[in-house]
Design a protein around this ligand. Structure first.
Ligand code: AMP
Length: 125
């Protein structure tokens, strides 16, 4: 079921469990502000999720409530992951589903990083 972007944070969501080490993940990168790991159901040859370590439901929640340090740390982590994976020259796509119409499924902010092939049109037509 799609996430209501206005709901309070649910600390039983799957990414909260990953952050607490209760569920395994294939980590790509970790620092004080972010964790990056491979998506369990990849939609491209490279499909990595980058999540902030703080408890934020979605982009709206994060952009409104996170500290400057959390926002800077998270944005820099997304860029670093792509850079470290060698994706800048071939190119990559970032996507952050937010709320019902986007079909956000997990109520902890995550940025999808897709790469590894020409990625086609931005949206299904
Ligand atoms: P979204 O629809 O934007 O909320 O995307 C949620 C993403 O989380 C999907 O691409 C799922 O494949 C991915 N996902 C769900 N559970 C896990 C998990 N345990 N480990 C890695 N990725 C997951």
């Amino acid at each position: 079921m799609a996430v209501d972007a206005t709901q309070p944070y649910d600390d039983q969501n799957v990414f909260a469990k990953i952050l607490r080490g209760e569920i395994p993940n294939r980590t790509v990168y970790e620092d004080d502000f972010a964790l990056a790991f491979h998506d369990i159901n990849p939609q491209a040859p490279t499909h990595v999720l980058v999540i902030p370590k703080g408890a934020y439901v979605c982009w709206d929640d994060f952009s409104a409530k996170a500290s400057e340090a959390e926002i800077a740390g998270f944005v820099r982590a997304v860029g670093k992951v792509a850079r470290d994976l060698g994706l800048v020259a071939p190119g990559y796509r970032l996507l952050a589903n937010t709320g019902t119409d986007s079909h956000q499924e997990v109520p902890h902010l995550h940025v999808h990083l897709f790469a590894g092939q020409p990625l086609g049109p931005m949206l299904v037509r």
